[in-house]
Design a protein around this ligand. Structure first.
Ligand code: 8ID
Ligand code: ZN
Ligand code: ZN
Length: 352
């Protein structure tokens, strides 16, 4: 028999913009007709959760807020209209909690662009709680042989970088520079890139992160804290000196967004993914034109991208060590993240 669903649960709540988060008991929410209730076991901690708590972006955020959008867990109840997900199924709750399913974007597999999208841990409560509500149509199925702690970071970071690599148009054998490579998204990006047959130049700061990037498959590492001419240094390590075919920007500072057009190869593509507050992209018009550079944004992924990204993981192609801590310690993770001290991803474990 399925365990009874309690009426209260442990959660991390941001009471107001700016934080800090409070670890406390709150009521267990009830799913609507097209929703399910997921007993979250693990949730990854994305830098987006920190942006949400701080109110960094020009997009209103719910307060008080239960953040989190890399939630892996088990379905424990479902609304009257739900027949695509069964009790006991393992599912992932992602940033895109729901969308209208009827607009042009939803119809064409671009549901993150839906004007009616609702966002886990941002416009609706997310996965830093033991029981989370999600739209049944949008949760990602997780095969039962996949461990719920290791898959958690794939649910945002993995899907997002996998989508970004596809958007870059880079082909097997070509070179991609990953900027912010040692972070949560960057670490997964190095692994997805390798699995997709791409060669990786990692860009991040410090020797600890150098080691980390080398272990995760980077052929070259450029230390932005030590480089005197980043553009020249990145070109110098690209195989023929002409620069990487694609650049994935997953850093959380503005400067790299203003440097990338300088070292991307002619005909290459710069993909902006990181979302530093109040930042602008910059590129000289002349070079962009005569070197035929493409500059584009990439935002999470569709349900289908999610399935593909999880499939790469289930086949054993993606191995990024995670650091697991109890949900109660989320505040410490945010502090380390703010200080840029995290290599890879922290995952919070829900209390039993
Ligand atoms: O759909 C999307 N576009 C999407 C999805 C998920 C996350 C966007 N994001 C955004 C987050 O909101 C955040 O702004 O991607 C960004 C990266 O998230 P993350 O990977 O979770 O952050 P992190 O783990 O803190 O890693 C950031 C890394 O950037 C490095 C840091 O050292 C760190 O390793 N970095 C910085 I800050 N400045 C750098 C620089 N100038 C840099 N690396 C290279 N050059
Ligand atoms: Zn995220
Ligand atoms: Zn829609």
């Amino acid at each position: 028999m399925a365990p009874a669903i309690p009426s209260v649960q442990w959660a991390q709540v941001s009471p107001k913009l700016g934080g800090p988060v409070e670890y406390k008991q709150i009521p267990v929410p009830k799913p609507g007709p097209d929703e399910i209730l997921v007993n979250i076991k693990y949730s990854g901690v994305c830098h987006t959760d920190l942006h949400a708590m701080k109110g960094d972006w020009p997009l209103p955020v719910k307060m008080p807020l239960v953040g989190g959008h890399e939630g892996a867990g088990i379905v424990v109840s479902r609304g009257t209209l739900v027949d695509t997900v069964a009790l006991g199924d393992h599912v992932g709750v992602k940033w895109l909690n729901g969308s209208c399913l009827a607009c042009d974007f939803c119809e064409t597999g671009d549901e993150p662009l839906c004007a009616k999208a609702i966002l886990s841990g941002y416009t609706v409560d997310g996965t830093f709680q033991q029981y989370c509500v999600a739209k049944a149509a949008h949760v990602s199925p997780i095969p039962k042989n996949v461990s719920l702690d290791e898959i958690a970071p794939v649910l945002c970071a993995g899907i997002t970088v996998y989508k970004g690599l596809k958007e870059s148009g880079a082909k097997p054998g070509q070179v991609v520079a990953i900027v912010g490579a040692a972070g949560g998204l960057g670490s997964l990006a190095m692994q997805y890139a390798s699995a997709m047959g791409l060669r990786v130049i990692a860009i991040d700061g410090g020797d600890e992160k150098r080691e980390w990037c080398k272990q995760l498959g980077a052929e070259h590492y450029v230390d932005f804290t030590a480089s005197k001419d980043l553009v020249a240094d990145v070109k110098a390590v690209s195989p023929d000196g002409l620069g990487p075919h694609a650049v994935l920007l997953v850093a959380v500072s503005e400067l790299p967004f203003q440097q990338a057009a300088g070292y991307v190869r002619s005909r290459g593509t710069v993909v902006a993914i990181g979302l530093p507050a109040n930042a602008y992209l910059r590129a000289p018009v002349f070079d962009t034109v005569v070197r035929m550079i493409s500059i584009k944004g990439s935002y999470v992924g569709s349900r289908h991208d999610g399935k593909e990204a999880i499939d790469f993981f289930s086949r054993g192609l993606i191995k990024v060590p995670i650091k697991v801590v109890p949900l109660a310690e989320l505040g410490n993770v945010f502090t380390l993240m703010e200080e840029g001290k995290i290599a890879g991803r922290y995952v919070v474990k829900m209390p039993e």
